[in-house]
Write a protein that binds this ligand. Structure first.
Ligand code: MN
Length: 261
């Protein structure tokens, strides 16, 4: 059997399952809120063109309007000043959008400390147990934050000192950008950086180092609990917006289910 026909028969018999890692896109989808005087992204909005009525008797369709960085979305290198004219989202090679995924679970730590930061030592310890991060693949950082995505307030978890959501330390972000063999980092939160990363040195290190190194970000993922620590294959499918800094994306994972469904 060829690789693709083997994949199709595995999908048909349930020994490979497709998991949707994408948050539904709707007006209540949480979005990033920046403090004054910074510009703001638009939430997702649908505007009806016709619905089997006088505006279009046989058809239903909508216009939509939203920021590039809404819901489950892809960060392209050009999003950050450190990429110095890096790829826009339409320029990302399709082969970079399909790859292996490692899932690192820090749900317990994030439950105790919403400002929890992933450190190089955490990854080293994880690799001792599960093997190396996948070459040309993704580090998916599970924090349990997907359970909060029904509420903008719970998702951003802000108080008078700003948002409090888990992220990645400066040293770890630098290591992931410069040393790790991955193409990108995926998270469950509204952005790849910690809620408090505005005060880091440099600020927003995940964006700064990873996008600066030509790597990618994926945000607001869900259902990571259904993925194994190693062995899933991820498909990230942002829209090829010409000149775009990112795009809402459908993100799927192929997962082996030994013995089938
Ligand atoms: Mn983004």
């Amino acid at each position: 059997m060829t690789g693709l026909s083997s994949l199709l028969s595995s999908l048909a018999d349930g020994s490979v399952e497709v998991i949707d890692l994408t948050a539904p896109l709707q007006s209540s989808t949480p979005i990033l809120m920046l403090p004054e005087p910074f510009g703001q992204t638009w939430p997702f909005e649908l505007e009806e063109i016709s619905r089997y009525d006088e505006r279009g008797p046989g058809w239903y369709w909508n216009n939509f309007r939203t920021g590039e960085h809404t819901g489950t979305h892809f960060d392209a290198p050009v999003h950050w000043a450190t990429s110095h004219g890096g790829e826009d989202v339409s320029q990302v090679a399709p082969s970079r959008l399909v790859g292996p995924a490692a899932v690192l679970d820090f749900v317990e730590q994030a439950a105790h400390d919403p400002d929890f930061l992933l450190e190089i030592d955490h990854i080293t310890a994880w690799q001792d147990e599960h093997g190396p991060l996948p070459d040309g693949g993704w580090l998916l950082y599970r924090t349990g934050w997907d359970a909060r995505s029904h509420s903008q307030e719970e998702f951003l978890n802000a108080n008078e000192t700003g948002p409090h959501t888990p992220g990645i330390s400066v040293e770890c972000a630098r290591w992931l950008a410069e040393e790790a063999p991955i193409v990108g980092v995926g998270v469950e939160t509204v952005g790849t950086d910690a809620g408090s990363a505005h005060s880091f040195e440099p600020a927003f290190p995940c964006h700064s180092f990873l996008l600066g190194a030509g790597k990618y970000g994926l945000t607001q993922l869900r259902n990571l609990a259904q993925l194994p620590a190693q062995g899933a294959v991820l498909i990230a499918a942002p829209l090829p917006i010409v000149g775009g800094s990112g795009s809402p994306a459908r993100v799927l994972a192929f997962v082996e289910r030994p013995g089938g469904a």
